[in-house]
Write a protein that binds this ligand. Structure first.
Ligand SMILES: NC(=O)C1=CN([C@@H]2O[C@H](COP(=O)(O)OP(=O)(O)OC[C@H]3O[C@@H](n4cnc5c(N)ncnc54)[C@H](O)[C@@H]3O)[C@@H](O)[C@H]2O)C=CC1
Ligand SMILES: O=C(O)C(=O)Cc1ccc(O)cc1
Length: 300
């Protein structure tokens, strides 16, 4: 008999939620080719049928117990607010040795839910977050190359078993990602600033203008700058309501600071303080240019 190839993350992978993120993991694993089986757990029988039709999983089911029955590794890829219920079901259904990881955009709230729901299995849990995505959602939105050369942050807890961490690291490496380890509270502060705040701002700007646009034709005259700034306002509203609520403690301080800086800019515009505006815009340009050259270098 031929021995199955050693993947580092096991042979049987179950993915709970086959939207953009879970669906991209399934597609990427298919291309990588190491897993003997990929089983998806989805919300509806229509999604189950479609996932198998698309060929991204070997099997798809709405029954979580069935999905994880033979799993070596379980990836939870549902909205952050749905994770506690999934963890509670996993604690009952998962094989004792199986490793469990998540992809949630917020880590402290997910770790709290995992501690409450996973009980003795908490050592098998490796919190994770791929810093890769798009403004699109759902089963059809995923693509296998999403994680290539992208960062994935793992935020192990003091309870996390080293072999579980190594398995999840191997999974992301197989998908072409670069794995970084970070403290969960620090992760939430960093992502509040670089991801959650920009989403709030984009949603807020488009909402403000959309309500003005009921009276005017302003969107007809919007250019590339508007499109660049607002792409992420096409993201799923419920998913983002969930993310910023779960990360409230880290989002509020950076949002307050931004509001303060915006008020200062307002004062400078009202007071015709061109020097202040040039100086603030200049600092921003310098930081953004540095970010852009680093980002382009990183993404190859
Ligand atoms: N959208 C993005 O760019 C990124 C999202 N994330 C995180 O990934 C997670 C998933 O987000 P997306 O894939 O974007 O959302 P999505 O909406 O595309 O997919 C989520 C899927 O989970 C399913 N689902 C919900 N509850 C379920 C349950 N109990 N059992 C089975 N399926 C269930 C939904 O039907 C949906 O298909 C979230 O926690 C999000 O914070 C992380 C990085 C990037
Ligand atoms: O669409 C984009 O550019 C994103 O910012 C995607 C994204 C969304 C959520 C995350 O937690 C990480 C990345």
């Amino acid at each position: 008999m031929n021995a199955a190839p050693e993947t580092g993350y096991g042979q049987h992978v179950a993915i709970i939620g086959l939207g953009l993120i879970g669906g991209s993991i399934a597609r990427g694993l298919r291309v990588a080719g190491g897993a003997a089986s990929i089983v998806g757990c989805v919300a509806t029988t229509e999604d189950a049928k479609r996932a198998v039709e698309l060929g991204i999983v070997d099997e798809a089911t709405t029954d979580l117990g069935k999905a994880v029955a033979g799993a070596d590794l379980v990836v939870v890829a549902v909205p952050v607010g749905a994770m506690a219920d999934v963890f509670a079901d996993l604690a009952r259904a998962m094989p004792a040795a199986a490793v469990i990881t998540d992809v949630g955009s917020v880590k402290m709230a997910v770790i709290t839910a995992a501690r409450e729901q996973l009980g003795a299995r908490i050592g098998r849990f490796v919190p994770g977050h791929p810093i890769a995505g798009t403004e699109h959602s759902g089963l059809e939105a995923g693509f296998g190359a999403l994680y290539e050369d992208r960062r994935v942050i793992l935020t192990p807890t003091p309870e996390t078993d080293r072999d579980a961490f190594a398995a999840v690291e191997a999974l992301w490496r197989a998908l072409g990602a670069r794995v970084t380890e970070m403290d969960a509270a620090h992760h939430d502060e960093v992502l509040a600033a670089t991801s959650h705040l920009p989403h709030v701002l984009a949603f807020a700007l488009v909402d403000t203008l959309a309500r003005m646009a009921e009276r005017t034709e302003i969107f007809e005259y919007a250019a590339g700058g508007f499109a660049d700034f607002t792409r992420i306002a096409s993201s799923d509203p419920a998913l983002w309501s969930d993310i910023v609520s779960a990360n409230r403690d880290a989002v509020l301080p950076v949002l307050d600071r931004y509001i303060g800086d915006l008020e200062a800019l307002r004062g400078a515009i009202a007071g015709r303080d061109g020097a202040m505006l040039t100086s603030a815009f200049g600092r921003a340009k310098q930081a953004r240019d540095r970010f852009a050259s680093q980002y382009i270098q990183d993404q190859g």
